[in-house]
Structure formats: C-alpha cells, structure tokens
Design a protein around this ligand. Structure first.
Ligand code: FES
Length: 486
C-alpha cells in the first residue's frame, strides 16, 4: 500500500525546513510523485531520524520559539468537530487496512487449500516443489522485516501530526502551510507569514473569502457575514471561520505591499523594553477584532496624545496581534521622550499604516544578505523573521554595523544562529568608514550575482553600501533598501 505525504508534512516529520526539502528534490536526492513523497522514500532519504523519539524535534521547535521572541505556539487540540472528523477519517483508514489484511489472510488460506488440491496425486517432484513454496510462504509471513518497526514508528508519528494539523496549499500562488491546533485557515496562513487578504478576522466583512478546490473544511466559528447561495455552491468559505479537516487546496489571493490598505487602529502598550539609554523597543497589542495587516519591513505611524512618530516595524506578520517598533532617543524627539519616560502597559496607542515597499521578494529562493545600520536592525529583524516563517530562503547572512546604540539585540541574533540552519550573524563595530567596512563584506561573497541584498539605514549609509555591492557584482535589481530617514 502506498503512503504518500505532502512535502511540508515531511519537513515537519524530519525536523527540516521546507526550503531544505525543495533543495533535496531539486538535486534529485528526494524523489516525489505529483508533489508528494512516498513513505519508503522518506525512510530511505532520512536514515538518521529517530522515529520513536521526537525529543530532537521538540528541542529544535523550542529553540525556534525562543528565537522568535514572544511567540509561543499554542499546543492545543483542534476544534472538537474537526477532531471528530479527523478521528473518523483515521478510523476509516484503519478499517480499510484491516479489511485488506483479512482479505490477504483469506487468500493465504485459499492458496494453502489450492496447494493441497494440486498435491493430491502429484508427482514426487511436484510434491517437493509445492512443499518448498508452502515453506517459503510460512517463513516469510512469520518473519518481521528488519525495517518494519521503523516504518511503524514513522507512520505513528505521521498519524499524530495528521490529527493535530492539516496541510493547506493555496492556488494560484502555490504557498503551502500547516494549520495546527485549533487555528482557522486564516490563523494558519498568518502564523506562516503568508499575507492572505482579510479584514475583520471575525466573520463580519467577507474579505477573507476563499474557494475550497479539494479536501474538507469545517466551520469552527459562527460568522455574521452572509455568503450568497451561488458562492456556497461553488465551495466559497470564510477563512477566518473555517478550519481544514484534512489536506486541502484552496483558491485565495495573496497580498503584496501595494494590495494592503492603510489601516487605522488603536492598540495598547504591552511593554517598553529599554535596551540602553539610546534605544528602546515599544511592544503594542492590536485589538482582537482588528489585527494590523502588514508585511515584514514596512513602517507605521504611532501617536500617543500630541506625540507622534513613524517607525519601521520590527516584528513578524506571523506574530498575531503583537507589533514591535524600535525607538532611538534623539534630542527633541517628543515621541521618544514619551516612550522612554511615560508609557505604561495598557496605554492606548493610535496606529496608522502600513507604509512602504521594503518587503521580501517572495518569489526569490536566492541566498540573502541582510545589512543593518544601527537602528536599521528593526526592519531587518522583521524581514528575517518573515523569511524564517516562510522557510523559503536558501541561506541568510546578517551583518549588523552598529552605531552608538551598539548591537542591542545581540543575544537574539546569536539565538537565531543556534536555531536556524544556514543562518550566520556577523556583528561589526561602529566605524567612520562605512564604505570600507561594506566593501570588505561584499568581497566576502564571490558570485554576488546569485544573492539578494536587503539593507536598512540612513540615506548616506545606503548610498555608500549600494555603490560597494554593485561594484562587487551585485545586479541592481537584487538590491533592496529601506531608509530609516522617515
Ligand atoms: S476577515 Fe472579515 S469575514 Fe473573515
């Protein structure tokens, strides 16, 4: 019996990124069939995986959670109707497998009788041959193949994953993700950094419509928005109200920076994290009924009373309601004074945005260099976390050129290095000669034409860095810059 698995589920089972899987497929070291991987192929390609011990998987997940900062995966059971449907499906699979085994057992009894029938009155030579066939069958049936326990453990782990999550493919973009726990389709996509179109996120606006092409979904939240009968007949559902029961393919629009409307909302201060006298992080929480739609690298305007400022977002779109900005303390900056001296948890903060197009090229699978100048680390942090959640970039190198505020999240960058394969972090001390430092960095990458470079800093730093990178062979269209002069 064939046992086919989607690539994203294989990645989760073996504790690797989707990009690593795609690379193996591209190099021919992992065979696929219509985008699916046969279980035997998984066992062959990953001989080192300890299927009966997921401690290593848990360890990587925990480090990744830690590295992502405040994000904590909700390890909760799926909605009970979804859980019941998944268990019923598993029961059907089990019943089908059991029926097949009973059929095989009957076939063996028939074969045994057939051998007896033929044996009656057979020659001595035929008798011996029949005896040998019977002995061969009995011997092989009694022996457990050496890799059967491994396959059994792998199937058991895959079954648990299938109960706790479902695989979703979005058409026409081809994005893939797992919906885990009691998340809806929309929650699952956002946690994976995929910017689907949506509005209220609670069933009122109808902006999260998607058409189910294959698979089964269930309504897990009531919604006030009324779908037309024609839409229902065509399989249209609201992604904020439905969860997948099994592996589904849906048709839905994925938004780019230009598709996301400017929004206004009132968030509340969660915490002010003063890194040092030069810079602080402001963490705010958007209301449950109005999350901010944005892409990693974009900016927002924040207002408290009469003080206002525009900042790059430092958090990941995958972080649900949490939004983080980094506020440098410049003299005469009223908003920075409010952040450092006055803000307390639960104080309302008006937010307007997002602005800007300094976002990831989601079509790219190229190795990526991130270049952060001082507080330009904020949008770079957002981009890196967004790239991590999408799991599609071949490799990520972060170069952080400090200013007077230093490498104020040095520990976080080192945690990324520990947790993420193919991530490197190189801190650079403050320097008056930016061009010399950047030229050195660029020279460290022979074959720069293969790379994407994302840089964030002030206009002067960006101009100098662009010149250095282009001089060393980076194509102009692979240079992405976000200015902190905002
Ligand atoms: S986002 Fe408004 S109905 Fe789903």
């Amino acid at each position: 019996m064939s046992h086919l698995l989607p690539v994203s589920r294989v990645a989760r089972l073996v504790g690797q990124s989707r990009h690593a899987m795609q690379e193996m497929i591209r190099k021919g070291s992992l065979a696929t069939f219509d985008g699916m991987v046969e279980l035997d192929e998984v066992l062959r390609a990953f001989p080192g995986v300890k299927w009966d011990d997921d401690a290593e998987l848990r360890r990587v997940a925990e480090i990744k959670d830690k590295a992502f900062g405040k994000r904590v995966l909700e390890r909760v059971l799926p909605d009970k109707s979804v859980l019941a449907a998944r268990l019923a499906e598993l029961g059907d699979d089990y019943a089908a497998a059991k029926a097949l085994l009973l059929h095989y057992a009957n076939v063996l009894v028939w074969v045994d009788q057939k051998i007896d029938d033929i044996d009656e009155g057979a020659s001595a030579e035929t008798h011996h041959a029949l005896h040998a066939v019977r002995a061969f069958l009995l011997r092989n049936l009694a022996e457990v193949p050496p890799d059967a326990t491994i396959a059994q453990a792998a199937i058991a782990r895959e079954r648990i994953l299938r109960i706790m999550s479902a695989h979703v493919t979005i058409q026409p973009s081809g994005h893939e993700f797992l919906v885990e726990g009691n998340d809806t389709l929309l929650d699952g996509a956002l946690r994976n950094g995929i910017s689907l179109s949506y509005g209220c996120s609670n069933g009122n606006c109808g902006e999260c419509k998607a058409r189910v092409i294959s698979g089964e979904v269930k309504k897990v939240h009531a919604h006030d928005y009324v779908l037309k009968q024609g839409e229902k007949d065509a399989g249209v559902v609201l992604m904020c109200a439905y969860a997948p029961v099994n592996d589904v393919v849906i048709e839905a629009g994925v938004a780019g920076a230009r598709d996301i409307p400017i929004q206004q909302l009132t968030a509340k201060v969660k915490a002010v994290e003063v890194f040092n006298p030069e810079i602080a992080a402001l963490h705010v929480l958007a209301p449950r009924s109005q999350r901010l739609r944005y892409l990693g690298g974009q900016t927002i305007r924040l207002t408290v009373g009469a003080a206002s400022g525009r900042y790059a977002i430092a958090s990941c779109p995958c972080e649900d309601r949490h939004i983080e900005v980094h506020v440098p303390r410049h003299s005469g900056d009223a908003f920075a004074d409010v952040v450092f001296d006055e803000l307390k948890p639960n104080v309302p903060v008006e937010i307007e945005g997002p602005f800007g197009e300094f976002v990831l090229d989601e079509e790219s699978r190229r190795p990526t260099i991130f270049l952060a100048f001082g507080a330009g680390f904020a949008p770079i942090k957002s981009l890196i976390q967004h790239a991590m959640s999408l799991e599609l970039v071949e490799s990520m190198d972060l170069h952080w050129l400090a200013d007077g505020a230093g490498h104020y999240q040095d520990n976080l960058c080192r945690a990324w290095t520990d947790a993420i394969d193919n991530f490197t972090y190189v801190p650079h001390a403050p320097s008056n000669d930016v061009a010399a430092v950047v030229t050195d960095i660029a020279r460290g990458y022979p074959g720069l034409q293969r790379f994407d470079v994302y840089a964030a800093g002030n206009g002067e730093e960006l101009d100098a860095a662009r010149t250095c990178f282009l001089d060393q062979g980076l194509p102009a269209e692979r240079w992405f810059a976000g200015s902190t002069d905002i």
